[in-house]
Each structure stands twice: as structure tokens, then as C-alpha cells.
Ligand binder design. Structure first.
Ligand code: NAP
Length: 297
């Protein structure tokens, strides 16, 4: 349903965490009629003051929108917002475009796409790269799986949220690309954490050693981000460590289903899990560098 006030499609966002909140702000500023749902309703209230409608359930949110975007934590959260009596699929209008932008397992994306088709809706998996500031400034990169025609119909909305949208193939292709991306990020973060442990244990000057690594061949966007956070001792989350661990788990599942073994992903996952056990799961993923590893004998 096109809004009467504007020719812009009406949009619903399910999930107002770090990423969903930035996306909601962008759509409001661009004048899209916006409906919001978040499990914890409080997070919707600042946007209501700026004109967003706050729905009491995903079902209500979807019933008001041409385009429904989900940006929630993980597979169980996505299941929760889409399925069930008050889920978005129960309220979505046939032909509406349903976009799952959370980073999720391939198996769940395939199941969700099937359920969306049964409801007569169009579906895209469209996870993103970029983090908190990119969501807030509309500079995400969308990695899209699904029908190209559906993507073209969704472009006016995605253009406000992202700097670029790449179509990777059929349903699940965007999700797979995102898991491969985050598998590599996690391995780099985990190996950098191990390097820092050795720098410390070996009595090297941390600042000098990090500067050599980041100024040379091993330096990457990820190692530089971790080093910056370590230098400022600021681990407030842009991307929570527990979600990085979740992504590696989904990447390992995806690889197994395709007969590939991601051995470095398994090692990175173990390091992230140790960080979670040390209480860093809700901090930025860069907190992996705080992991204290003591090996005796
Ligand atoms: P976040 O700040 O932790 O927000 C998580 C969102 O999921 C919140 O809205 C939360 O609701 C909701 N949620 C969690 N469990 C739920 C459940 N069982 N039922 C319904 N809603 C539930 O996470 P985020 O950083 O925005 O990330 C969202 C997604 O984007 C994740 O899949 C993440 O991997 C992916 N991603 C994140 C980044 C990043 O840099 N942050 C970048 C790319 C992709 P409440 O507020 O009620 O808890």
C-alpha cells in the first residue's frame, strides 16, 4: 500500500537494536512512512516522537507495510518475529516484500523463504556489512539473495539504507556471502588476539609491536579496529562479540552442509567462546583482544 501522503512505500522494521535503530532513523529522515516493532517496546519510543507508528506485535507492523525489514539477533529471534499467531507472516499483505537483513543460518533462511512464498509474499535475504555508524548514515552494503525483480522493487528503500546493493544469486546467496565475510573477520580478530597474548608474554612493547603488524602485511580493517579499541580501552559494542560467535557457528554449519571444513573457523569460535566465558559477550567483538590466556607447563 503506497501512502496517501507520499509516493514512498510504507516500511516496517522489526528489531531496533544497534543496527535496526540506525536504519529506522534513516528511513524517518528520508520521509518514508514507518512502523516499528521491537520486543522491548521502550526502544521504539524515541522514533514515535519523530512520527513512526509503534506496533504492538510484528503481525500488526507487517500489516501496515509494503516492505518489511527484519534486523534481529539470530535464528530464534528471527523465528520469533516472523512466525506464530502474532508473527509478521500472519499480517503481511500478499505481494509485500519481506527482507531478512539479520545474519542468520542458511537453513533458516531457506525455511523462511518457503514460508513467505506460501503467504504469497516476495522475499529477499539481504544481510549487511558495515556497523553502527554505517547503519546510521545509510552506508551499509547489502548482500542480496533472491529474485532480481523483487530486488529492483526494493531498491528505493535499500538505497536510503545502503551505499551499495549487490545481488549474489538465488535465495540464501546473500546469507552465505555474509557468513563467509564474518568467518574471515572472526579468524582475523581471533588470531590478532593470540598475537597480542604472545606480544605480552614475550615482553615486547605492545604499542610498537601493534604498529609494526598494522603497518605491514598482516594489518587489515579488522586488526586496525581491534587495535584502536584496545588503545582507547573502549569496548562499547558496535558489533557484539556474542553475535560474531553466532556468525562463525552459522558459517561452520553452512560449510558442513556443503562438504567443506572450515578449520580456522573452529579455532576462532573456540577463542570467541572463551571470551564469552570471561564475560565479554556483550562488549564489542574487539574485546576478544582482552582474552587472557595462560598456559602452564
Ligand atoms: P543488537 O543490538 O543486539 O539487537 C538485537 C535485536 O534483536 C534487538 O532488537 C532485540 O530486541 C532483538 N531480539 C533478540 N532476541 C529476540 C527474540 N528472541 N525475539 C525478538 N527479538 C529479539 O544487535 P545488532 O548489532 O543490531 O545486530 C542485529 C543483526 O544484524 C544480527 O544478526 C547481527 O549479527 C547483524 N549485524 C550486526 C552488525 C553490527 O555491526 N552490529 C553488522 C552487520 C550485521 P530487544 O531490544 O527486545 O532485546
Amino acid at each position: 500500500m503506497m501512502s496517501e501522503r507520499t509516493s514512498k512505500p510504507s516500511v516496517a522494521i522489526l528489531g531496533l537494536g544497534i543496527m535496526g535503530a540506525g536504519m529506522a532513523g534513516r528511513l524517518l529522515s528520508a520521509g518514508f512512512p514507518l512502523t516499528l516493532y521491537n520486543r522491548n517496546r521502550e526502544k521504539c519510543l524515541p522514533f514515535a516522537a519523530d512520527g513512526a507508528f509503534v506496533a504492538s506485535a510484528p503481525r500488526e507492523a507487517a500489516s501496515r507495510a509494503d516492505v518489511v525489514i527484519s534486523m534481529v539477533a539470530d535464528d530464534p529471534a528471527s523465528r520469533n518475529v516472523w512466525l506464530g499467531e502474532s508473527g509478521a507472516l500472519a499480517g503481511a499483505t500478499p505481494k509485500s516484500i519481506l527482507i531478512e537483513s539479520s545474519t542468520l543460518s542458511i537453513a533458516w533462511i531457506q525455511e523462511l523463504a518457503t514460508k513467505a512464498a506460501e503467504c504469497g509474499c516476495r522475499f529477499l535475504d539481504a544481510p549487511v556489512t558495515g556497523t553502527k555508524p554505517h547503519a546510521a548514515s545509510g552506508e551499509l552494503l547489502f548482500l542480496v539473495g533472491g529474485c532480481e525483480e523483487t530486488l529492483d522493487a526494493a531498491r528505493p528503500v535499500l538505497a536510503v539504507l545502503g551505499r551499495e546493493t549487490v545481488h549474489l544469486g538465488p535465495t540464501g546467496s546473500g546469507a552465505l556471502m555474509k557468513l563467509i565475510n564474518n568467518f574471515l573477520c572472526s579468524v582475523q580478530a581471533a588470531s590478532f588476539a593470540e598475537a597480542i597474548s604472545l606480544i605480552k608474554a614475550g615482553g615486547l612493547d605492545r604499542e610498537k609491536a601493534i604498529s609494526i603488524l598494522n603497518g605491514g602485511a598482516p594489518g587489515s580493517g579488522i586488526t586496525k579496529r581491534v587495535a584502536d579499541r584496545l588503545a582507547g580501552n573502549d569496548f562499547s559494542p558496535n558489533f557484539a562479540l556474542r553475535w560474531m560467535a553466532k556468525d562463525v557457528m552459522y558459517a561452520i554449519d553452512a560449510s558442513l552442509s556443503k562438504g567443506v571444513s572450515l578449520q580456522t573457523a573452529a579455532a576462532a569460535l573456540s577463542i570467541l567462546q572463551q571470551s564469552i566465558a570471561q564475560g565479554y559477550g556483550y562488549e564489542d567483538f574487539s574485546a576478544v583482544a582482552k582474552l587472557s590466556q595462560h598456559r602452564s607447563g
